[in-house]
Design a protein around this ligand. Structure first.
Ligand SMILES: Cc1ncc(COP(=O)(O)O)c(C=O)c1O
Length: 389
């Protein structure tokens, strides 16, 4: 079946964060919404059909986790990543960020140090701080247009930390960490007694020719020292269902975390939590491949446009996901002036790179998971705004 990603779907009035929060934040309604990381493509029909089938029954009572939920995850990890996992390694978490907060509460105490790699997805900065933990930073290096880890510095920075929040693939940089890089991180963290939380929410959005390798799959050390968090929410545009899961092969870590979840009933799920995941993973391959090809086309378009029409702005070409980190540093604008350029002149709502840490200053994060015509219009507006400087 051929899916249509060109269709413009009006999301106004659906309480969509990406659209309906714009007036409250920017005080105007005429901005193209290219910020929050969800997609303007229809959630695939095989997921909607599954939810509709459930709604055909008129009682929305407490819902059990099903064997189909676990077996669909096990099969997906095997077929997509060659990673053999066991159903008992899984647990439900109501979203990746809540999952990160639960891991922090379970395995660390206030005052403990947690390592992050800025510029990075902003809840990695705020959640540990909100919970009274101390942030340690291992800033990434931008080398030849891609983020890299300085492993000597990493080894120093991680020492004494209780947890390391690994963003894999990386947001906003779009880096797909290689098996070799993951093995080096695992070797160091295992030696230093640091638990690695590998957030793999963007894994299914890895763009050919890159391949996602689950952190826990690269070595015995990695399996032993890690907690993986995953969800079909990004790749299948179902973030509003807040249905994610943890995978833990180490028995001691797993027992401790599962007890933590169970004590406060954090892992109950909800009426759509399990059937939506099973539907995505059971029927998703064809849709996902077509969607990724479309997104790749949007990324190509932006890259070609910037090169030909707007060479003052560069971009980090994502190896995964639909988030393009635009490098606007050559414009020589302050963070405030850059934001004004995008909002007041270009009428675009993007994420300011500075929200991902000071290393992101001068960058803007563009979400290209929209119909091509929207991306074309965004580039037209951006060129006109920069020309007016
Ligand atoms: C790296 C990363 N982790 C987690 C999330 C959010 O996950 P959730 O909505 O399941 O909390 C996002 C959303 O953009 C993300 O980019």
């Amino acid at each position: 079946m051929q899916y249509n990603f060109d269709e413009i779907i009006d999301r106004r009035g659906t309480d969509a964060l990406k659209i309906d929060a714009i007036p409250g934040i920017w005080g105007r309604e005429d901005l193209l919404p290219l910020w929050v990381a969800d997609m303007d493509f229809a959630t695939p029909p095989f997921i909607i059909d599954e939810l509709r089938r459930r709604l055909d029954h008129e009682i929305l009572g407490y819902t059990m986790r099903t064997p189909r939920w676990a077996s669909s995850i096990v099969a997906w990890q095997q077929s997509r990543y060659g990673w053999t996992i066991q159903p008992e390694w899984l647990n439900f978490v109501p979203g990746i960020v809540p999952g990160i907060a639960f891991v922090i509460s379970c395995f660390t105490a206030p005052g403990d140090a947690i390592l992050i790699q800025p510029p990075v997805y902003h809840p990695y900065i705020h959640v540990p701080q909100n919970l009274g933990r101390v942030l340690r930073e291992n800033a990434l290096d931008l080398v030849d247009g891609q983020y890299e880890i300085d492993f000597e510095r990493f080894e120093r920075d991680v020492r004494g930390c209780k947890l390391f929040l690994l963003c894999h693939p990386h947001n906003p940089g779009g880096r797909v960490w290689t098996a070799d890089e993951l093995r080096r991180m695992a070797e160091i963290c295992h030696r230093e007694g640091v638990i690695v939380v590998s957030d793999e929410i963007h894994a299914d959005l890895t763009l050919p020719p890159y391949h996602h390798v689950p952190f826990a799959s690269v070595s015995a050390e990695a399996a032993e020292c890690s907690i993986t968090l995953m969800s079909p929410s990004k790749a299948f545009n179902m973030a509003g269902l807040t249905s994610s899961y943890s995978i833990i092969s180490n028995e001691a870590l797993r027992e401790k975390f599962h007890l933590h979840l169970e004590h406060s009933e954090l892992n109950l799920g909800h009426v759509f939590a399990f059937n939506s995941v099973a539907a995505a993973y059971s029927h998703g391959t064809e849709w996902l491949d077509q969607m990724l090809a479309y997104v790749q086309g949007n990324i190509d378009y932006v890259e070609q446009f910037l090169t030909a029409e707007l060479p003052q702005i560069g971009m980090i070409r994502p190896q995964a996901s639909y988030l393009v980190f635009l490098d606007c540093r050559r414009l020589g604008l302050s963070v405030k002036a850059l934001s004004e350029l995008f909002v007041d002149k270009a009428r675009l709502a993007l994420n300011d790179g500075a929200m991902f840490g000071k290393e992101g200053a001068g960058f803007m994060r563009l979400n290209v998971a929209s119909p091509r015509s929207v991306i074309v219009e965004a580039m037209r507006r951006l060129k006109a705004a920069v020309s007016s400087l």
